[in-house]
Design a binder for this molecule. Structure first.
Ligand code: UD1
Length: 349
């Protein structure tokens, strides 16, 4: 039996294609890092994911406490279930907490989406990625540069396998279904912002909002992450929300991918959105000084924009450069889940 771990919104689209392809018995463990219907439940419904076998129900706290809470809650569940392997995805606190628990018990571990590096250790996700990759047995990667990163950090070549991008499996599977979702008429841009580096800094968050106002008359739809909304309210930044920016609740998966597909441009600081926009050929401006997903800039439609004042210029340039046909990225083809399942079954032999 395999424990497959999920906890936060971007994990659900990654575990889905793995579950669909594994013939081995799976126990789906939800840590409860995200717990709202909007951040978690709606994704299970739309993806058709099975109800988690176990929900650890840890909820929110500081990064340190949340990671520790997940370990404390997972260990007894792990001991009772005796899984033959533990599979983790992505770079959230749940990823590191569960892989660390499994390693302490000598159980084989698999990291899906290994080797991504922003080289920015102020990002909690970068620390989660570095540590998870140091201790996982099998490292499944989405793009070529991940292998170079892992080799540089001393991981053995034969522990690394290129499998492609499972998040894109889910995107390609559900995009046809998403076309039923309503989008604004006319041209619009889609905005998502939730990185602590942007939204936990009131000056930067205010500057980004001001800069988005300069994109008028382009209207912008902004499904705001709970962290971002809380900070805008706490710091009284509501008056800086420009008139062309409509803030809405976090969207469900189908509505979100439909909005991305129909958008003139996507302005984001999310990792997954850079990948999804690239595959759909939608211009993307990433409001960060770095990305752990450089392939979205070299082969995809993404550009980095570290200075909020530069957003309007970057948006215009990216829209002008919009490719006539969506780019092709090696192995981002809808077949990652099948390749991941094969590798997991191989280490169990
Ligand atoms: C986490 C991940 C990040 C991922 C993001 C996607 C880490 C370190 N970060 O960041 O990599 O891109 O999820 O969303 O694991 N909250 C709710 N409802 C929820 C969940 C959270 O209101 O269902 C609130 C919490 O109260 C908290 C804030 O959102 O104040 C942040 O949640 P948390 O899970 O700590 O981190 P994210 O910012 O969501």
């Amino acid at each position: 039996m395999i424990d497959l771990i999920c906890g936060a919104r971007p994990n659900f689209m990654k575990v889905d294609p793995i579950i669909r392809n594994l013939s081995e018995k799976v126990r789906l463990v939800h840590t409860g890092q995200h717990y709202d219907y909007a951040m978690s439940g709606s994704f299970f419904n739309q993806l058709g994911l099975p109800k988690p076998d176990i929900n650890l129900g840890v909820g929110s706290s500081t990064i340190t406490v949340q990671t520790a809470d997940i370990m404390k809650a997972y260990e007894p569940v792990f001991i009772q279930g005796k899984p033959d392997a533990v599979v983790v995805v992505g770079d959230v606190n749940s990823t590191l907490a569960c892989v660390l628990t499994a390693v302490r018990h000598g159980t084989p571990t698999v990291h899906v989406e290994a080797g991504l590096r922003s080289f920015d250790r102020t990002m909690p996700e970068e620390i989660n990625r570095l540590l998870t990759d140091q201790i996982s047995d099998l490292l499944l990667i989405t793009s070529r540069e991940a292998r170079e990163n892992l080799l540089r950090e001393g991981r053995p070549d034969d522990s690394i396998v290129m499998v492609g991008n499972p998040m894109i499996d889910t995107l390609l599977r559900l995009l046809p279904e998403a076309t039923g979702s309503k989008v604004p008429g006319g041209r619009f841009g889609l905005v998502t912002l939730h990185r602590p580096g942007n939204v936990d800094n009131w000056k930067l968050l205010g500057d980004i909002l001001d800069s988005l106002g300069k994109l008028a008359p382009l209207s912008l739809v902004f499904p705001a992450h709970p962290r971002t909304l809380k900070n805008i309210q706490n710091w009284g930044l509501q008056s800086r929300v420009p008139r062309n920016l409509t803030m809405v609740k976090p969207m469900d998966y189908l509505a979100f991918i439909r909005h991305q597909q129909a958008a003139e441009v996507v302005i984001t600081d999310s990792g997954g959105v850079q990948e999804e926009a690239s595959v759909m050929g939608v211009p993307c401006v990433t409001v960060r000084p770095n990305t752990e997903r450089p392939i979205t800039c070299t082969l995809g439609t993404n550009v980095l924009c570290p200075d909020p004042r530069e957003i309007p210029g970057a948006v215009i340039k990216q829209i002008e450069k919009r490719p006539a046909v969506p780019p092709t990225i090696p192995m981002w083809d809808g077949g990652a889940g099948a390749r991941i399942a094969l590798e997991i079954e191989r280490i169990l032999e």
